[in-house]
Design a protein around this ligand. Structure first.
Ligand code: FES
Ligand code: FES
Length: 166
């Protein structure tokens, strides 16, 4: 199948690639770019394990074709840490508040929460629960995930969450 040339930014790095028009963004990230943080949980737009940030919005990368990302700016869990390599407040929150068990949903959950806190640095519990409604967790019962996001919001109060990979 003929391939299409795409140029995009992933975690602050300029990327050029040839992709088949049918290639999903999640497969491009995992298989071509070796970014295996975003997971494939359902492949049908239900679970949110594949969530990445795309041009300032959270998207389920199993529902986006790689060619649609041409010219775009993508952030995955691999780009979430602070530029000096330390954990950002969300990662720290998930660790401190036990926001994960098996960890399968965690990359998508943290990436989604990152965008949530960009848009609303002081979310209520209800706003957090609504904000992560598209991300399913089969383990935690969600309470610790909510606490982890609250922890990050508190930590960041008075400052702003760092733009990752910049
Ligand atoms: Fe994309 Fe489940 S793998 S939503
Ligand atoms: Fe296991 Fe969320 S920690 S799915």
């Amino acid at each position: 199948m003929a391939k299409t040339h795409i140029q995009l930014t992933i975690n602050g790095k300029a990327i050029e690639a040839l992709v088949e028009p049918r290639t999903l963004l999640i497969h491009f990230l995992r298989e071509d770019q070796n970014l295996t943080g975003p997971h494939i949980g359902c492949d049908t737009s239900h679970c949110g394990a594949c969530t990445v940030d795309f041009n300032g919005r959270s998207v389920k990368s199993c529902t986006v074709f790689a060619v649609q990302a041409d010219g775009g700016d993508i952030l995955t869990i691999e780009g979430i840490a602070n530029p000096d390599g330390t954990l950002n407040a969300l990662q720290e929150g998930f660790r401190e508040m036990h926001g994960l068990q098996c960890g399968f949903c965690t990359p998508g959950m943290i990436t989604r929460a990152w965008r949530l806190l960009q848009e609303n640095p002081h979310p209520t519990e209800e706003e957090i629960r609504f904000g992560i409604a598209g991300n399913l967790c089969r383990c935690t019962g969600y309470q610790n995930i909510v606490s982890a996001i609250q922890y990050a919001a508190d930590r960041l109060a008075g400052g702003t969450i760092k733009e990752a990979a910049e």
